[in-house]
Design a protein around this ligand. Sequence first.
Ligand SMILES: Cc1cc2nc3c(=O)[nH]c(=O)nc-3n(C[C@H](O)[C@H](O)[C@H](O)COP(=O)(O)OP(=O)(O)OC[C@H]3O[C@@H](n4cnc5c(N)ncnc54)[C@H](O)[C@@H]3O)c2cc1C
Ligand SMILES: NC(=O)c1ccc[n+]([C@@H]2O[C@H](COP(=O)([O-])OP(=O)(O)OC[C@H]3O[C@@H](n4cnc5c(N)ncnc54)[C@H](OP(=O)(O)O)[C@@H]3O)[C@@H](O)[C@H]2O)c1
Length: 405
Amino acid sequence: MEDMAADKASEAGQTATLDRDSREPRVCVIGAGSSGITACQKLLERRVDFDCYEMSTETGGIWRYQNDSGRSAAYRSLHINTSRQMMAYAAYPMPDDYPDYPDHFQIAAYFDDFVDHFGFRDRIQFATEVISVKPVSTGDSSTQWEVTVKPRDGEERTETYTDVIVANGHHWNPRWPEPAFPGSDTFTGEQIHAHYYREPSELAGKRVLVLGIGNSATDISVESSRVAEATFLAMRRGAWIVPKYIAGVPTDRVTAGPLTRAPLFIQSFVLWLTLRLTVGKLTDYGLPKPDHMPLHAHPTVSSDLITRLGHGDITVKPNIDHFDEDNVVFEDGSSEKIDIVVYCTGYQITFPFLDDEILRRFAEPRRQHRRAVSGGQCVRLNHEAQRPVGGPSSPTVLRCPLERA
Ligand SMILES: Cc1cc2nc3c(=O)[nH]c(=O)nc-3n(C[C@H](O)[C@H](O)[C@H](O)COP(=O)(O)OP(=O)(O)OC[C@H]3O[C@@H](n4cnc5c(N)ncnc54)[C@H](O)[C@@H]3O)c2cc1C
Ligand SMILES: NC(=O)c1ccc[n+]([C@@H]2O[C@H](COP(=O)([O-])OP(=O)(O)OC[C@H]3O[C@@H](n4cnc5c(N)ncnc54)[C@H](OP(=O)(O)O)[C@@H]3O)[C@@H](O)[C@H]2O)c1
């Protein structure tokens, strides 16, 4: 395995050579969001030497409202849409007095408590950004990593690690429509991405168009519908709208358990039937019929959207066709005067500190979203103890030689 890693490193164009004992793991963790801190806790438990670098001054990642990294998409009213039981670390449950769906302040506080409970805050170097990760050869032909960091108020420096755990998040780099819609450059209204949305006051009294039908789009359109002059929700295809509760129980607790061991088509059918009996036909609310079965795409969780549609406070539209000065023309030929467009069009997964070539060669081929970079064996951290965030988000699953420790 190490020879293979060395070959990969060589192919990736590395030039430097190190002379150190690669059998002593020394791990770099990039990021102290929910994925990074759970990796740190596991490394600590296994007595593996590690450093964690966090560009912000606090833990929590996207759950830290107004994070000084500028990377949090949390808006003022954000609550989790996976239940607290699903989202909690198995090794450290959320407090019993938390509600089923806590807000971002509670989630950030929980992550802080996690770090302090396991006692590794001093192992996190805050306000320190990782700016480059490069493979280097070692004397015994395995691969190690040169990690260059830049403290906010200090000089760049480079450290060497046997393994790098990349937990830099995947919801911080806004994905704008590409190519942009015709006429968007001369549109007289405002255009923002959901990443920058914070409070409903930004939409009050305006004619608002929200694009997308993911969780950002439903939350923001619902919020807009309470304060805006008019709210339009445009989408290029339908999505299943999953309520937060079924029969008084958080939905992901209903769908967890024995059902998750059934084949996907059975899980999908059970959820389809449940939604049919509880929510009904989406087309009755003016939403397009999804082109896929439930669980075949990321679920959109909202108990409020259906009601706001039923109240007539949100109008559904097909995708944008083009802009015409202060108007938006939709694909069905209808048009509306719009003051602000909120693009809820998702995020790009990017790793600014890694060359694409390195990512291609070292990350697991079909699982690049899991952000695995390592020169060693392919193992998973103990998943049971680690489950960083349940539900729809992908935990940072790692390839690294921790089994050696
Ligand atoms: C609005 C919104 C709501 C969501 N709600 C849910 C939900 O209800 N349930 C759910 O399961 N998932 C949800 N998600 C998915 C979310 O991504 C996860 O909940 C979780 O926050 C991911 O954690 P992370 O540690 O991987 O990433 P992040 O929380 O983004 O943390 C990454 C950390 O890495 C740091 N970092 C990045 N680059 C560097 C660098 N170069 N050097 C040093 N530090 C760096 C960042 O500052 C940050 O602290 C939501 C996402 C969004 C955008
Ligand atoms: N806790 C919460 O309540 C909460 C709130 C917000 C976000 N989140 C999480 O944050 C993550 C990101 O969610 P998100 O809603 O921001 O993004 P998302 O899930 O990626 O959804 C993006 C939406 O935009 C559409 N879209 C993308 N490009 C488009 C284009 N060029 N033209 C028209 N439509 C386009 C997509 O359509 P297609 O499906 O056709 O691609 C999809 O409907 C998810 O994990 C989500 O669960 C959670």
